[in-house]
Design a binder for this molecule. Structure first.
Ligand SMILES: NC(=O)c1ccc[n+]([C@@H]2O[C@H](COP(=O)([O-])OP(=O)(O)OC[C@H]3O[C@@H](n4cnc5c(N)ncnc54)[C@H](OP(=O)(O)O)[C@@H]3O)[C@@H](O)[C@H]2O)c1
Length: 327
């Protein structure tokens, strides 16, 4: 496993880390033993950074991480999120009182005295124009309830605005072969300010594994079924907003670019790590075998310039016109 500095936090985290949404909910049925098996396998393989949220399985994902921490002695750094418990999910809800209550619940679920990293969970854009919200987060640091804070954003514009606040240490953003806009401007700005970047949806909801077909079926409680067109939350969170058939066709073209000795999944993850500004990819995994395949990509050789150019050409031709300007 390779490790990278997480911005200015002092943490060194695994290049391939672990996204713990799928073991919480919204990805079809999950089995607790299998989820714990996946988490343990990740630690075995040197993964030391786990991304979760208070709403993943209504705290189930956080509680599984607490159990993992009890059962392992290795360093386990957890990034959690808050904000999505608000109903309605509106800017006003991001106030000192609510944030403190969410953090207290996270501390309870994770069984710790201080959160390693708290991220605002894709708040409404207006929140990035409210210094009082970031002041409330500074106060939580002062009280010792959180060690660091960052944001999880939907758009490049929100990311650029968020890092104007000097104590924002990390930005979590969708970045993968089908979502390349963050690399155009944001990465340079984040690197300049030494802000850590967590690349989410690194496999574009599983599309970039190459295992999906026109006949793939998704359970009714899997967002790849119920949010295909943005019915429940931002459509960009499911398959990166790329329509299913277009995604499948682009994946067929990508297969030809995968060097010998790696799978398409590993190619997709290794491609992300080619960008020095990225701290880590956080693939969601439900089973130990998926963790093994994902973690191994951190140690694979770099992709060639010609391969990187061909991936960009494919993006420019087939994907960019459909999605680039939305996020
Ligand atoms: N708003 C936010 O802040 C936000 C939103 C979304 C995600 N996230 C974070 O980002 C993480 C990753 O994003 P994501 O989970 O949406 O998408 P992703 O990592 O692109 O895709 C994850 C899915 O791909 C499949 N998969 C993973 N590894 C595989 C392998 N080796 N072989 C075959 N299939 C594999 C699994 O689903 P199946 O086995 O069911 O196919 C898994 O659930 C989340 O877990 C979460 O921590 C945050």
């Amino acid at each position: 496993m390779n490790y990278r500095e997480l911005g200015r936090t002092g943490f060194r985290v695994s290049g391939v880390s672990f996204g713990a949404w799928a073991i919480g909910n919204a990805w079809g049925e999950v089995n607790t033993d299998e989820s714990l098996g996946a988490l343990h396998r990740a630690v075995d393989l040197g993964v030391n950074f786990f991304d979760t949220a208070d709403v993943y399985g209504d705290g189930h994902s956080e509680r599984l991480l607490a159990q993992l921490k009890r059962e392992r002695r290795e360093e386990i750094i957890v990034a959690t999120k808050a904000g999505r418990r608000l109903d309605p999910h509106v800017s006003d809800g991001y106030n000192a009182r609510n944030l403190r209550a969410f953090v207290d619940r996270g501390l309870q679920n994770l069984q710790v005295e201080t959160l390693d990293l708290l991220q605002l969970h894709c708040p409404p854009t207006e929140v990035y124009y409210r210094p009082d919200v970031f002041g409330a987060l500074d106060e939580l640091i002062h009280q010792g309830k959180i060690r660091n804070y960052g944001v999880s954003v939907q758009t490049v514009e929100e990311a650029l605005k968020a890092i104007e606040f000097p104590n924002v240490q990390t930005v979590q953003i969708i970045f993968n072969i089908f979502r390349q806009r963050p690399a155009d401007l944001f990465f340079a700005e984040a690197a300049r300010k030494r802000v850590g970047i967590l690349a989410r949806l690194p496999l574009s909801s599983g599309m970039l594994t190459g295992k999906l077909t026109m006949s793939s079926q998704f359970a009714t409680d899997d967002h790849r079924n119920f949010n295909r067109h943005g019915e429940r939350f931002d459509r960009g969170e499911t398959f990166s907003g790329v329509d299913y058939e277009t995604g499948l066709a682009a994946v067929e073209e990508l297969r030809a670019l995968v060097p010998p000795g790696m799978t398409l999944t590993q190619f997709a993850l290794r491609w992300i790590l080619m960008f020095d500004a990225v701290t880590c990819a956080i693939p969601g995994a439900k089973r130990p075998a998926q963790v093994e395949e994902n973690a191994a990509s951190a140690d694979l050789p770099a992709l060639s310039n010609s391969t990187m150019r061909k991936v960009r050409e494919l993006y420019e031709r087939s994907i960019k016109p459909l999605v680039h300007q939305y996020w």
